[in-house]
Design a protein around this ligand. Sequence first.
Ligand SMILES: *Cc1c(COP(=O)(O)O)cnc(C)c1O
Length: 393
Amino acid sequence: MEKKSTGFNSKLIHAGAVHDELHSAVSPIYQTSTFSFKNADHGAACFSGEDDGYIYTRIANPNIRELEQAVAQLENGFDGIATSSGMAAVNVVYFGLLAAGDHMVSHNAVYGPSRSIMESLFPKYNVESSYVDATNPQNVIDAIRPNTKVLYVETPANPTIGITDLKVMAKIAHEHGIKLVVDNTFCSPYLQKPLDLGADIVLHSMTKFINGHADIVAGMVVTKTEADYKLLRGIMVNVGCNMDPQQAWLTRRGLKTLAIRVERAQENAIKVADYLEAHPKVEWVRYPGLKSHPQYELAKEQMSGPGAMISFEVKGGLTAGKIVMNSMQLALLAVSLGGVETLIQHPASMTHSKLSDQKQMEGGITKGLIRLAVGIEDVEDIIADLEQALAKI
Ligand SMILES: *Cc1c(COP(=O)(O)O)cnc(C)c1O
């Protein structure tokens, strides 16, 4: 039986909790591939759905169900489908919602592989896609075709930190009978709840903020409706891109501290963004908490805080940017984000290198753009690290 939990922080700790009938363990792990039936009739009842007993871990497992229910409750959704990675979550959604002859409209600065898989694999199945700057809603309206079935956005976008108006996207999508899918990885449900703003499906790379400790790769899809849940769960189970119990158990543990981790990282990021913006060697800084962000007001309305992701460009372009990246002593030069450690990376040569120069440019990914994922270290140390690195230019 699940403990009653109402507030967001209480849900972080208790939502979906597994009750261990045998020993009342507070944090049990069911490291098993299969579950034995009491007898043949019980087995038949589990398969028919009359009994909700577990059958096989690719289909469902107590640790995975706990995590699915917890994230679904945090996103105010119907239910969740955990996947082996964030990209598995993206692909479960693509395969579930798109059929031959369909078309998808997406933002031109989404996570690199979310775009490259759509452009390299899906044309083989006669699925087409268009990429536009969704921060201007008119571009989205113009890209919609009679066969458009999905509007896929990410906000703040990666790595340009552009903000897309989710309420407006939901309105446009639903007027055209299209499903709105939002990749909420950069915010986590602590900062933004796309389903409350009108989205139909929200997905996560739980590798990032939800797990938060750079020790797991995992994904999650949360749907608003039961019909979408059943459709997408069927795909996850049959494609076999499920999580395993250990991965789910660790991710559920990481999730418990989501609020305090995001709060601290964000507190640090606000100070780091202010510091960078005032630095004479910095060309520009893009962070939703800065008044200079073109969508500062929208970010304030749509997100409960500006988050921990900052993009910036130093004067002197890529050459100067490389000096900064190579000089960091505390921050790690690594892709990924949302962990407790500060990470710095260069999208044009790393996460978005599969996109052509033209597509990078259209997506606002300039050659000198550096992305900083601010961690929860002492902010004085993070700033001192940037200070000594910038001094080397
Ligand atoms: C990392 C990431 C993904 C992909 O997730 P994996 O867990 O690496 O497969 C998708 N979207 C965004 C925004 C991401 O940052």
